[in-house]
Design a binder for this molecule. Structure first.
Ligand code: XMP
Length: 221
């Protein structure tokens, strides 16, 4: 399974309905800060209950000292399987502490190596070799790399090997097409608005899955 649905702007009821209807088809769900700030962390309990066995990721955009990232993570840890943190903050006193904490809870760390918006070329991409060095040292479960710039996905895969999962946002609203990131070496595509803001989110997710399969058939032959 290759699709992770990003939940940012739905109400709790809409999100639960979506999670229930897509549960069989998706690898998991990523819950963002907008959803958590509006609905509260406790809403994750019911939301997860709508599709308990899949991968649930909290995208809290962590970029702080280890102590604070652990405090933030502790508020969501019982509801999710993984959390995302930025890679530019480095290992010592930050990502090393967060990873150790997550491992102690049996949870996964996902590190951003670059972002999907155009401005990521201004700073993030320039630091890519250093950030991939951080990831190689840290060995998190996964990394986030942009579907909008498949060359970054290729480079991450080449440098980090098959032992790390690559999750790619940037499809639909940000311009990349379903399947493009998978063809470049990603394991999962993270898709939000293309699905959540569609008139029929379930039909939109099915269409995304069909397009992913079609694209993979073409690129893998
Ligand atoms: P859309 O609606 O654009 O939502 O499909 C994409 C989701 O992914 C998140 N996002 C990112 N997260 N690095 C990240 O860690 C990125 O480069 C990135 N780009 C998008 C965004 O927050 C939304 O939930």
């Amino acid at each position: 399974m290759t699709l992770i649905v990003a939940i940012d702007s739905l109400s709790v009821e809409e999100a639960e309905k979506l999670a229930r209807s897509l549960c069989t088809w998706v690898a998991g769900f990523k819950v963002g800060l907008p959803f958590l700030l509006v609905n509260g962390v406790r809403s994750l309990s019911g939301l997860r209950g709508a599709c308990p066995e899949k991968l649930w990721v909290a995208d809290l955009k962590l970029a702080d000292i280890g102590h604070v990232m652990k405090l933030v993570t502790s508020s969501v840890a019982s509801y999710v399987d993984a959390v995302i943190a930025h890679g530019f903050i480095g290992v010592r006193g930050a990502l090393d502490e967060l990873k150790e904490y997550l491992v102690s809870l049996g949870k996964k760390l996902i590190v951003v190596v670059s972002m999907s918006h155009p401005g990521a070329e201004e700073v993030y991409d320039k630091a890519l070799p250093s950030i991939l060095g951080v990831v190689a040292k840290l060995r998190p479960w996964g990394v986030v790399a942009p579907a909008t710039r498949p060359a970054i996905i290729h480079e991450a895969r080449e440098t980090l090997g098959q032992g790390v999962k690559i999750l790619s946002p940037g499809i639909g609203a940000q311009g990349a097409r379903p399947g493009e990131a998978l063809c470049a070496g990603a394991d999962y595509e993270i898709i939000g608005r293309l699905i959540t803001e569609a008139g029929d989110p379930v039909a939109s997710a099915e269409e995304v899955l069909r397009k992913q399969r079609e694209m993979l058939r073409k690129c893998r032959g």
